[in-house]
Design a protein around this ligand. Structure first.
Ligand code: V0D
Length: 263
């Protein structure tokens, strides 16, 4: 009866701790990807500058990182800056580029304590030097950690990633290391920036937009998608755990079906 109740939307009655233990009763998604949308709208609703929304959004990243590491998620990829975001006003971009520095100044000790490894995907080489320095330091300091991989997508675009993979494969073919015949799905997967990560089991997008916006297009082929109207700064542990429970419920519904049949 408890279980039926939990399978329904009525789990608003559950505390965070109850939700966590409920999630941990079955397979927790290995890799969760998140499109963190709605910071600007959150600020606008409060007549605050957009950057106030980004700052609040950074707090949500910390909360969700903690929660994901506690329930045993192996990888959490968060879309922090897209290749499109350069089109925003310079002041806003400058502010965003200080967030990694700020985040690590205030959170690196906890990441270490939690055994979290920081990684990035996307082309970081064109980010300001102070941003790159913070990233390098975070990745270096945490590279031996064996817990959650906290993977920031920064200056990331999925099509750009595929173009780079395609070029790398063509170079290897040109050098005779690989034949065109050998190029298959696994080969392409291995040349993406996520090569070392499992495919995302669950994608969360906040703020009511229902699209992928050039995020992990190849990797999301079989991923469960979960959309919410909540704005990213309002997103919290309860909503995150509800998304995980909803994923587990969908998985359960497939019964014994595995592999091709669920694809
Ligand atoms: C703004 C909401 C953390 C989304 C979250 C440079 C947009 C807050 C980081 C971060 C951003 C990145 C790398 C790292 C440590 C922290 C971050 C950006 C934006 C873009 F190693 N939050 N955050 N980076 N926002």
């Amino acid at each position: 009866m408890f279980k039926n109740f939990l399978g329904n939307k009525a789990n608003t009655a559950l505390t965070i701790e109850q939700r966590k233990s409920e999630c941990m009763r079955e397979a927790v998604p290995s890799h969760i990807a998140i499109i963190m949308d709605g910071n600007g709208r959150w600020a606008k609703k409060r007549a605050l500058p957009r950057v106030a929304g980004h700052r609040e959004g950074m707090k949500t990243v910390k909360k969700i990182t903690r929660c994901a590491s506690e329930i045993g998620v192996k990888a959490l990829t968060v879309y922090a800056f897209s290749t499109e975001n350069w089109k925003r006003p310079k002041d806003e971009v400058d502010f965003l580029m200080r967030l990694p520095v700020d985040f690590l100044d205030t959170f690196l000790p906890e990441l270490i304590e939690r055994n979290v490894r920081v990684e990035t995907i996307g082309d970081s080489s064109v980010l300001p030097l102070h941003t790159q320095k913070a990233l390098t330091e975070a990745m270096e300091t945490t590279k031996h950690n064996t817990g959650l991989v906290l993977n920031f997508a920064l200056n990331y675009g999925s099509r750009d990633e595929m173009v780079k993979a395609m070029k790398a494969i063509m170079m290897r073919v040109a050098e005779g290391e690989l034949t065109a015949e050998q190029v298959d799905e696994d080969c392409i997967t291995a040349h993406l920036m996520t090569a070392h990560l499992p495919e995302p089991d669950l994608l969360i997008r906040t703020s009511g937009e229902v699209r992928l916006s050039n995020f992990m297009l190849w990797q999301l082929a079989y991923t469960e998608l979960w959309f919410t109207d909540m704005l990213w700064p309002d997103f919290n542990e309860a909503a995150f755990l509800d998304a995980v429970m909803s994923y587990q419920k969908r998985n359960r519904r497939y019964g014994g079906l595995k592999g091709e049949e669920t694809k």
